[in-house]
Design a protein around this ligand. Structure first.
Ligand code: SAH
Length: 399
């Protein structure tokens, strides 16, 4: 049975009053934390040590209150609490699919770029040997891929690094995946294996159009003293913003996934309009040059299976030909339908045939099992309530 819970009451205008709301430290980089400490007058010589303490409590233990920080002096705790919080963005709804997938609708506070509150979705997909968190990098998306539900939503703004990181903090809060708030004596600490083991930037948005925030977020997510996700377990997915690929590789060391979906430019131009700017040949050349790609660190090519559109054996053979020389694996994604779409998912037998051709050419070609379809949490089904909210705000403003 699908369950859906409204966790919080809807936000009021006062909740989003930037000037009055104290800033949260949860989700900041080390530099951000150091700056906050300086603001409350912490001595320079203690800065490294104090930052490390905050870091440990926020990212390792999951502290949601300064009172939890037992090895921080009471005076400093009080000073921090006077000026800052450890609040997470508000969870509007939490939905749990029959298969254990969870989807959160998260309300973000207004930012400088947008005076409106905005909402994003974040999905946790538990599996036998791993747990993957699918995070969003933008509110809405500019790409308008024709088969993607998110693409039908207007772009609102980029997420800050803090907002990206907060998605993992929220997930760990909700599924009990922080080692816990116990004294650091090594006893009683649930510090063993984590439930969220992998992060994929496959939620809403195009991560490479928000690269600075993604770079900062990956550095916090992968920090061994905190959230501790290995960079090899962080995958950034892109529709192919070619000029940004070298920087992504150099600055994050993250795994790369490319949303390819078609093997001919004319078709890809309609499915992924970004292709008109960066056609297939240029994209694949950037993949050949991607820093750190190797047989041990293969590039994933995502290929959505659309009935009668891109799923023929000839397409499969052309895919194999195109990827020659690239350390690659191919992820076949059955199309997830959404209301009003004209596309259909390829039949199972067709997907199997396609997968066999790719596999027999020497590439891993797993077919992704759709997860969380009943709660519209599967790939490309994410679409937040932002537009409704915006309409409501306009009404309230009397426009
Ligand atoms: N903009 C980035 C990140 C989004 S990832 C990118 O394009 O890679 C989301 C993945 O789900 C992409 O591979 C996207 O093409 C795929 N997808 C989108 N809509 C889908 C749908 N309806 N069914 C299956 N996969 C879909």
């Amino acid at each position: 049975m699908t369950s859906s819970t409204l966790l919080e009451t809807p936000a009021t205008a006062a909740d989003h009053d930037c000037a009055r709301a104290p800033r949260s430290l949860a989700g900041l980089t080390r530099d951000g934390l150091a700056a906050a400490l300086l603001e409350i007058g912490a001595p320079e010589r203690e800065l490294r040590m104090r930052t490390a303490q905050l870091w440990h409590w926020i990212y390792h233990r999951g502290a949601a209150s300064f009172d939890d920080m037992l090895n921080v002096s009471k005076v400093l705790r009080a000073q921090l609490a006077e000026r800052f919080t450890l609040a997470r963005p508000q969870i509007v709804t939490e939905q749990v699919s029959t298969d254990g997938t969870r989807k959160w609708l998260i309300r973000l506070a207004p930012s400088r770029e947008s005076d409106r509150p905005a909402e994003v979705e974040c999905v946790y997909i538990p599996d036998v040997d791993r747990g993957t968190l699918c995070v969003s990098s933008q509110v809405g998306c500019t790409l308008t891929c024709s088969f993607c539900h998110t693409g039908t939503q207007k772009f609102v703004r980029n997420l800050t690094a803090q907002e990206i990181i907060s998605q993992l903090i929220i997930a760990r809060d909700r599924i009990g995946d922080f080692p816990g708030l116990v004294p650091q004596d090594g006893k009683g600490s649930n510090s063993g294996s984590r439930l969220v083991t992998n992060i994929v930037f496959m939620g809403m948005g195009e991560p490479l159009y928000n690269l600075d925030s993604v770079v900062d977020a990956v550095s916090v997510l992968s920090d061994g003293d905190g959230l501790s996700l290995s960079r090899r377990r962080i995958t950034v997915s892109t529709a192919g913003v070619v000029p940004k690929l070298p920087e992504l590789g150099e600055k994050t060391g993250a795994m790369l996934a490319i949303s390819l979906h078609a093997v001919r430019d004319d078709l890809r131009n309609t499915l992924v309009p970004l292709n008109k700017k960066y056609p297939i040949a240029a994209l694949l050349q950037a993949c050949r040059d991607y820093p750190g790609a190797s047989n041990a660190r293969r590039i994933t090519f995502e290929y959505v299976m659309l009935k009668g559109i891109n799923d023929s054996p000839a397409d499969a053979r052309e895919l194999v030909r195109l990827l020659k020389g690239i350390p690659a694996k191919i992820n076949l994604i059955p199309f997830n339908p959404w209301p009003e779409t004209a596309y259909e998912c390829s039949d199972d037998a067709v997907i199997e045939k396609f997968s066999d051709i790719v596999f027999n050419a020497g590439y891993a070609s797993p077919v992704r099992t759709p997860r969380g379809r009943d709660i519209l949490a599967a790939c490309g089904q994410l679409k937040s309530e932002t537009e409704k909210l915006r309409a409501r705000a306009l009404l309230a403003a009397g426009d």
